[in-house]
Design a protein around this ligand. Structure first.
Ligand SMILES: *Cc1c(COP(=O)(O)O)cnc(C)c1O
Length: 218
């Protein structure tokens, strides 16, 4: 089978010992692969592209919890609002405002994480500390949006110490907001560091589904 069941069981055991939730990142992978992991017991799946998420959600079991982990454009919130479980990458008031609007329309409280820019790289999305504080202070404007915590991506580097420092910084910010209960950080290459630095939710793709053919983020 194309899903790596051995890795899945090993990672699940590792994470369960630390009370960390696993999001299986299935972007670019066929629905049949998701179904294989579902049959092993996985229910939380992460996708980066709206159309792909909508198409997969239509054919996979209803009790899958779909996480949107990519960069979400405001004009596409409406397509995922009726069913999405958690939106990880919210990085602007404009997006929060659109999520509020669609939450009202679909009559669903929509759960989100605020994305913080923690890497040294200019290319990654996310808010700086000031923007984060401003967003948190504005949440009363968005009563149908439930912000549960923070999400971040470390630099793409082999330097484990640098990655650790970036995650530690995100955890420090996270702990400034005792109302939050979710800290989404860690991917295939760095999830163990993320867990050591206080992650409550990791997003793992290639270790479970194998390498992806590269697809550009929008
Ligand atoms: C693709 C992706 C992941 C998973 O990456 P892997 O290296 O395959 O584990 C995690 N988070 C985000 C935001 C992603 O885009």
């Amino acid at each position: 089978m194309s899903v790596n069941g051995e890795n899945y069981h090993r990672i699940i055991a590792e994470l369960a010992a630390r009370n960390v939730q696993l999001i299986a990142v299935s972007k670019t992978k066929p629905a049949a692969d998701i179904q294989q992991l579902y049959d092993l017991g996985q229910r939380d799946f992460g996708e980066n592209y709206v159309q792909e998420l909508v198409d997969k959600a239509a054919i996979l079991p209803d009790d899958v919890r779909w996480h949107f982990i990519g960069h979400l454009q405001t004009n596409k919130v409406k397509y995922i609002a009726p069913f999405v479980h958690l939106i990880h990458g919210v990085d602007s008031l404009k997006l929060l405002s659109e999520i509020q609007k669609q939450a009202v329309k679909t009559n669903r409280v929509l759960s989100c994480l605020l994305q913080v820019h923690i890497s040294g790289e200019a290319t990654k999305f996310g808010m700086d500390d000031t923007e984060l504080a401003e967003a948190v202070n504005s949440l009363h404007l968005f009563p149908m949006v439930r912000v549960r915590g923070l999400m971040g991506m470390a630099s793409f580097t082999d330097n484990g110490e640098q990655i650790r420092q970036e995650f530690a910084r995100l955890n420090k910010l996270y702990r400034e907001y005792p109302q939050f209960d979710t800290l989404s950080m860690g991917m295939s290459s760095d999830y163990q560091i993320a867990v050591e630095e206080g992650s409550t939710m990791v997003r793992i793709g290639s270790l479970l589904f194998g390498a992806r053919v590269y697809k550009k983020e929008d």
